[in-house]
Design a protein around this ligand. Structure first.
Ligand SMILES: [Zn+2]
Length: 264
């Protein structure tokens, strides 16, 4: 019998919650602290689809990258989508744990996995957790390719790593690039750091039009695979890490979860 406390202890070692940004809410967000867990669903976001799956599949715990609730609630009714989902989870005795920005920034977190997947060398945080100190934790990652390649080659390896057919770029596909910055999710606010470190390319989940224009003006190439693709692979990987650690618990990444955007 595995207790939720043991699972949470493991998750907090993997992605220490003090690494989360100040504005974030992370950790156990819904549910009683003490209970036993037999089935865990991982997902990027708690949505009506993933809630339905968790209930149908008799999950005890959802490990969702994005927090729910995210904004403070003043009422909890079924008049809005978040209220409906939270009530259904409570009625189904399903807990929710969200590591969010702690998972982004952890030593072996999403951005590190992404940088290693692209075989960057001398990988280090784009914004170290403690300025001037290299402890492996921090927001985003940067590193160098073994040798310069055309941007089109990096586009190809990003698509292959994230198993996607389409993405967006800002810049010139024939440009030679070597120094790469990476940040998952909505990460346009790191453009200034990317510029300070003179990176050739910034690969990020998504950003707004004006950040794209600013990158173009600064001569920084952007690769934008989409918010979903930039993070979903890591919750799939997290499911196998949890399954390895807790042999008597069934763990799987949500099969109903999908990108709300259709890339045509
Ligand atoms: Zn995200």
């Amino acid at each position: 019998m595995t207790s939720q406390t043991e699972i949470i202890r493991f998750l907090e070692q993997f992605a220490p919650l003090h690494l989360a940004e100040d504005w974030d809410n992370v950790g156990l967000l819904i549910g009683r602290q003490n209970k036993s867990v037999k089935r865990i669903l991982t997902c990027l976001t708690v949505t009506p689809d993933s809630v339905t799956e968790a209930i149908q599949q008799k999950c005890d715990l959802i490990v969702s990258h994005h927090p729910i609730p995210f904004r403070p609630l003043k009422k909890l009714t079924d008049r809005d989508t978040v209220g409906q989902m939270v009530l259904s989870l409570i009625e189904g005795s399903i807990s929710v744990f969200s590591p969010h920005t702690a998972f982004d920034s952890a030593k072996l977190g999403i951005n590190q996995q992404w940088a290693e997947g692209l075989q960057l060398q001398t990988i280090r945080p784009l914004v170290p957790q403690v300025p001037g100190e290299e402890n492996g934790n921090g927001a985003g990652r940067m590193g160098e390719l073994r040798q310069p390649v055309m941007l089109s080659e990096l586009v190809r390896s990003t698509k292959s790593l994230l198993s996607i057919k389409n993405l967006q770029i800002v810049g010139d596909q024939s440009k030679m690039v070597k120094k790469i910055a990476i940040a998952c999710g909505a990460a346009g606010s790191f453009l200034e750091n990317v510029k300070q470190h003179s990176c050739d390319v910034f690969i990020l989940g998504e950003t707004n039009f004006h950040t794209c224009l600013e990158a173009q003006a600064q001569g920084i190439q952007l690769i934008l695979p989409g918010h979903f693709a930039s993070e979903r692979f890591a919750v799939e990987h997290l499911a196998s890490i949890l399954a390895n650690e807790f042999g008597d618990v069934d763990v799987w990444p949500s099969v109903k979860e999908h990108d709300p955007l259709t890339w045509v």
